[in-house]
Design a protein around this ligand. Structure first.
Ligand SMILES: [Cu+2]
Length: 449
């Protein structure tokens, strides 16, 4: 048998395995299941291992957007047909904060659209908002009449109106769709548009996650963000603020891809703890491997997409967060309401009692803060961080938080999440819990007094 012929059969065998993984994915109707399947096929992928079938576009795991659904589609002949509706959305960005924002199909950010490079795509768009809007396909090279700019490339879609977009996507990469009205963008009108490549990326990634960065200016006791405001007090990944953001789970030994999109007013330096990564793509598509170099922070500018990848070699709950200090905070004014917390010259017991009172008003079961000194008021500058921490593990518990140390949520605020690199046993346990919808674990917390 010639080398070429042997290679063909090897590829065919792996191709079959890839298809099996895909059909399991489709049956499960859960993107994470796909990542699991892929990870099973490639438990410890290296840059040198064979990719399942060079031409098999199904081999790429679908991207998972934590806390945001995918937009389903139906086939009309060879055309993928999506239904996208702009509408008012209620979004719980933290356990004690729900905002009235604008988005699509009940989600803000809007649901993720995933297609294959080369696909013909039809988007039947309806406007359920009280004002006109359009949909712009950011970064796609499509005809001008599909560009979604009111008055210039099309008539605005009036309230109650409908517009059908249809185009062929010849590119691959991380794109997004958004309203072409700046104020509507700031009220949440954007979503991912992922074009998976015809020729799979190398090296193969087992996990593919997407994060949309947004900023909100919400006055205390209000629910509608001030879209003209320049002082942002809520910072979100995929429409949630830490610790309400669902952690990303990766199997130890797998390769992880993260795609990050920013369409706000600030640039965000996103930092990953404990790992180096390479930037493998931008809003323009895949970057050549010759351009990759080690990094652990990536600046995601406004209107940009940044794609990074790393081999998950180190077990642990690794923080992924914007490193702007004010973007690592939540706004506690909603808890304080008309009260002010007196933090200076406090004893630990009095401070804890105050925090407990606050927590009770929003139904938290417990609250911790980090230890403070006996006479903290003697030190200029106190207090700084101690009273910003508010543990709320149970209020944000889900399968992806299973097994985290008690009070993990006290350290999580704003644009911050975890990439949990887990050995097989722990990874499989969480996947099983996701599948079965198991109740979140309860931590036993005890206050030392
Ligand atoms: Cu930031």
């Amino acid at each position: 048998m010639s080398g070429t012929r042997r290679r063909f059969f090897q590829d065919a065998a792996v191709f079959g395995a890839g298809l099996f993984g895909m059909s399991a994915r489709l049956q499960a109707q859960a993107p994470e299941g796909g990542a699991t399947g892929a990870a099973h096929q490639h438990p410890a992928h290296s840059e040198h291992s064979a990719h399942p079938a060079e031409k098999n576009s199904l081999a790429a795991p679908p991207m998972v957007t934590p806390d945001v659904p995918d937009l389903p589609y139906e086939m009309d002949g060879a055309v993928k047909v999506f239904k996208l509706t702009a509408e008012l959305v209620k979004r719980k960005i933290a356990p004690f904060k729900t905002v009235d924002v604008w988005g699509y199909n009940g989600s803000c950010p809007g649901p993720t659209i995933q297609i294959q490079q080369g696909d013909r795509v039809r988007v039947i768009f309806e406007n359920h908002l009280p004002e006109s809007t359009t949909v712009h396909w950011h970064g796609l090279e499509i005809p001008i009449d599909q560009d979604g700019v009111p008055w210039i490339s099309q008539q605005p879609v009036a309230p109650g109106g409908k517009y059908v977009y249809e185009f062929t996507v010849h590119q691959e990469g991380t794109f997004f769709y958004h309203s072409h009205g700046a104020m509507q963008e700031m009220l949440g009108m954007l979503g991912f548009f992922i074009a998976h490549p015809e020729k799979p990326y190398r090296p193969h990634a087992d996990h593919d996650y997407g994060i949309i960065l947004q900023e909100w200016a919400v006055l205390p006791s209000n629910t509608v963000p001030n879209s003209a405001g320049m002082e942002f007090n809520w910072l979100t990944f995929n429409g949630a603020s830490a610790p309400a953001i669902t952690p990303m789970i990766a199997r130890l030994g797998s390769r992880v891809r993260l795609r990050i999109v920013n369409l706000g007013m600030d640039h965000h330096p996103i930092h990953l703890h404990g790992n180096q990564f390479v930037q493998t793509g931008t809003e323009g598509g895949r970057a050549p491997e010759s351009s990759w170099y080690p990094m652990n922070s990536v600046l995601v500018g406004v209107a940009q997409a940044r794609v990074i990848e790393f081999d998950a070699k180190y077990p642990g709950a690794w923080m992924l967060h914007c490193h702007l200090p004010h973007h690592m905070m939540n706004n506690m004014m909603d808890l304080l309401s008309d009260r002010q917390i007196q933090t200076a010259n406090q004893s630990d017991a009095r401070a804890l009692s105050q925090m407990q009172t606050l927590a009770n008003t929003v139904g938290f079961e417990h609250v911790h803060h980090s230890p403070i000194a006996d006479n903290p008021g003697d030190v200029k500058g106190f207090p700084q961080d101690a009273f910003m921490e508010m543990g709320m593990d149970e209020a944000v518990a889900k399968p992806e938080t299973y097994g985290l140390p008690a009070n993990w949520s006290a350290q999580m605020m704003g644009m911050m999440t975890l990439v949990r690199v887990l050995p097989d046993k722990d990874y499989d346990e969480i996947m099983a819990r996701k599948k079965s919808g198991a109740a979140p674990e309860k931590h036993e917390h005890h206050h030392e007094s």
